[in-house]
Design a protein around this ligand. Structure first.
Ligand code: SF4
Ligand code: SF4
Length: 150
């Protein structure tokens, strides 16, 4: 398989967000067939003083190499994917994720994460979310910089 060069990631425009959480409800429908949002949503919108901030997987894929059973892979479209059938629920990826975006819900043993499906983008009534295509090499460099490595 050709190695993917780009991936779509979520971009947030806090100026447009009013905290309605329709995005979280749409996401929990995708992952749990529930409109609860919150701990069942891979995207979280958090109050940040007078504004909002988005917390979600950025598809960097640093977790891929640390899954002991190979349940985490990068798909053809570049998205980091957790295969529920292969996962043994060890939670190593949840503890490892540098930005805490591999989620765990009480509803099931396997973690879950953003798959860049765009359900939240479509659900947002205020155009606060979009999917943008980025170069995978570029997002890898950003995390190394943040971690202080050369
Ligand atoms: S919880 Fe599943 S996907 Fe995560 S590291 Fe363990 S086996 Fe891999
Ligand atoms: S649906 Fe849009 S406006 Fe509502 S909380 Fe999510 S990002 Fe903000």
């Amino acid at each position: 398989m050709d190695t993917p060069k780009t991936v779509k990631i979520l971009k947030f425009n806090p100026k447009n967000c009013n905290g309605c959480l329709e995005c979280e409800k749409a996401c929990s429908q995708v992952h749990f067939k529930s409109d609860e949002g919150g701990s069942k949503s891979a995207i979280r919108i958090l109050k940040d003083e007078n504004s909002y901030k988005m917390h979600v997987c950025d598809q960097r894929g640093l977790c891929i190499d640390m899954c002991p059973v190979g349940a985490l892979t990068r798909r053809k479209n570049g998205v980091v994917w957790l295969d529920k059938e292969t996962c043994i629920g060890c939670q190593a990826c949840v503890g490892f994720c540098p930005i805490g975006a591999m989620r765990k819900s009480d509803a099931r043993i396997e973690p879950f994460k953003c798959i860049s499906c765009g359900a939240c983008v479509r659900a947002c009534p205020n155009d606060a979310l979009e999917l943008v295509e980025v170069n995978i090499d570029d997002i890898r460099e950003v995390v190394y910089h943040k971690q202080g490595a050369e």
